[in-house]
Design a protein around this ligand. Structure first.
Ligand SMILES: C[S@@+](CC[C@H](N)C(=O)[O-])C[C@H]1O[C@@H](n2cnc3c(N)ncnc32)[C@H](O)[C@@H]1O
Length: 168
């Protein structure tokens, strides 16, 4: 498979998982977390899709260095600027409610570093999630209180990862 094909498949899987996740939380009130703003593609997609159900839903973004399209940068109140190692642990004080959806797209080209980051983010994310919350992630993660969920049709095993938080 060419790298172009692989890239396209990854993006299609990402979109299928995000759309699935947004449908799952349609009836659940609560904020959404986006870890890894990048150029803002998935933030923009979530923002657009979430509009259909609950336009008032807040999205909080974690990013160490903003380099997104100017239309896809959250306001300061919804941006945790800095390394997630610093921002994630105390985030609840600012978010104010447990999240019903988290999208983690923090992978970089360095697979060792990415795996290490995922092993920090998973445990840090658990307490920020409401019962029934859904997590979509580019990396497999161990998230306290969450179980893996089968992927939507069309997403190959291991290409993306979905989890759901158990009831309290
Ligand atoms: C793959 S990109 C995200 C792409 C984005 N979801 C999109 O669709 O445009 C990964 C992002 O995670 C951010 N990131 C990686 N490690 C981080 C860390 N330790 N703390 C905060 N942000 C981090 C990077 O700066 C990068 O912008």
């Amino acid at each position: 498979m060419s790298r172009l094909d692989s890239f396209i498949r990854r993006l299609k899987a990402q979109r299928l998982c995000l759309d699935w996740a947004v449908d799952q939380i349609a009836d659940l009130p609560g904020p959404v977390l986006e870890l890894g703003l990048g150029n803002g593609r998935t933030y923009d997609h979530l923002r657009e899709r979430l509009q259909d159900h609950r336009p008032e839903r807040e999205i909080f973004v974690f990013e160490r260095k903003v380099a997104a399209h100017p239309d896809c940068v959250p306001d300061d109140a919804h941006l945790f600027l800095g390394d997630v190692h610093d921002s994630l642990p105390g985030a609840m004080a600012r978010i104010g409610a447990r999240a019903v959806l988290a999208h983690c797209d923090i992978g970089t080209g360095d697979s060792k570093l990415t795996a290490k980051l995922a092993s920090f983010v998973g445990p840090g994310l658990g307490p920020l999630l409401a019962p029934g919350a859904v997590v979509a992630a580019d990396q497999a993660m161990d998230i306290p209180g969450c179980r893996p969920v089968p992927l939507p049709e069309g997403v190959a095993e291991g290409r993306y990862h979905l989890y759901r938080k158990d009831p309290d």
